[in-house]
Ligand binder design. Structure first.
Ligand SMILES: NC(=O)C1=CN([C@@H]2O[C@H](COP(=O)(O)OP(=O)(O)OC[C@H]3O[C@@H](n4cnc5c(N)ncnc54)[C@H](OP(=O)(O)O)[C@@H]3O)[C@@H](O)[C@H]2O)C=CC1
Ligand SMILES: O=C(O)[C@@H]1CCC=N1
Length: 275
């Protein structure tokens, strides 16, 4: 029987652990080994189990793994990949980077050679297996693409994109979780103002948000068509919606996305990198 590939998550922070959580829930880790690393492992010791090793030794983790997920912050990746050079094996390892603003060519040069590298942009909903993960590569073998796609497909939806679109994917799908959270929170605040207690306001806001997303998923319709079904002429919805637009709802969202996008451009400039 073909041996399942072991996985190392280097940089088990917010996103790294969310990925580990999702893979665990999906049963993806059965019969595989998972290595979790960070420099200070105290907060992730509870992850240790028969098939999960926790270590601050990245080289040890990579030596035991076939698929290496790079989950450190953008300014930390150069140091990490240079540290890994002695143990990276281009015939064995597949590198998967979720790191913002660092391109495949750059990763390759930090790693010191031509490795199969895939960039993936999931979001933190990966922990509950509801990620939207955009992926890009620059010519890796189909078997490698499939191997990596299988990882992310068991924890949400996947989409292959061209690498230049990775920046937009970061904003819309990864930062997107924070944007939607704020939208939901504002709905809750409104709900409390109108009389619900905080618990009920949250339940109503979350389920209504899920309902809206499910409608689009289920029908394939454009949002505006669904809006038309809700906005009774001279009713309460259209006046609320128009008031929101007079106050710049759509404009604020689009400007926010564009500002996040622009920030990634700045992150790409070496002289702006945090130390
Ligand atoms: N958070 C999100 O929703 C998303 C994040 N991303 C990208 O994912 C990456 C990680 O983001 P996020 O999880 O939020 O960041 P975090 O800071 O939460 O996680 C980074 C982790 O890397 C560890 N780390 C740093 N240096 C090393 C090293 N040399 N070896 C091993 N571990 C190390 C840190 O722990 P310690 O200090 O103990 O070493 C930390 O736990 C970023 O590049 C970000 O752009 C992409 C999509 C979504
Ligand atoms: O805020 C950030 O820079 C990272 C990338 C997308 C989500 N978090």
């Amino acid at each position: 029987m073909k041996k399942l590939k072991n996985i190392a998550i280097l940089g088990a922070g917010n996103l790294g652990l969310a990925i580990a959580d999702g893979l665990q829930r999906a049963g993806f880790l059965a019969d595989r080994k998972l290595f979790l690393t960070r420099r200070n492992t105290r907060s992730i010791e509870s992850w240790k189990s028969d098939n999960v090793e926790v270590t601050s030794d990245n080289k040890y983790a990579v030596a035991g793994a076939d698929i290496v997920l790079l989950c450190v912050q953008p300014h930390q990746i150069e140091h990490l990949l240079k540290e890994l050079r002695p143990v990276l094996d281009s015939d064995r390892h597949i590198l998967v980077s979720v790191i913002t603003a660092v391109g495949i060519e750059q990763l390759s040069s930090y790693a010191g050679g031509p490795f199969p590298i895939i960039r993936a942009m999931p979001n933190t909903a990966i922990s509950v297996r509801e990620s939207m993960t955009c992926m890009a590569h620059n010519g890796v073998a189909e078997s490698v693409q499939t191997e990596v796609e299988n990882i992310f497909a068991c924890v949400g939806k996947t989409l292959w994109i061209e690498e230049p679109l990775m920046q937009a994917a970061t904003v819309v799908c990864a930062s997107g979780i924070a944007f939607w959270m704020r939208f939901i929170r504002a709905t809750m605040q409104g709900g409390v103002q109108l009389g619900f207690d905080a618990h009920d306001a949250k339940e109503i806001a979350v389920q209504t948000c899920l309902g809206a997303a499910s409608l689009l998923n289920g029908t394939g319709k454009h949002p505006e068509e669904e809006i038309d079904r809700v906005t009774t002429p001279m009713g309460c919805t259209i006046v609320g919606l128009n008031e929101m637009e007079h106050n710049g709802l759509s404009s604020a969202l689009i400007k926010g996305l564009a500002t996040s996008f622009e920030r990634i451009n700045q992150m790409k400039k070496p002289d702006n990198e945090p130390v």
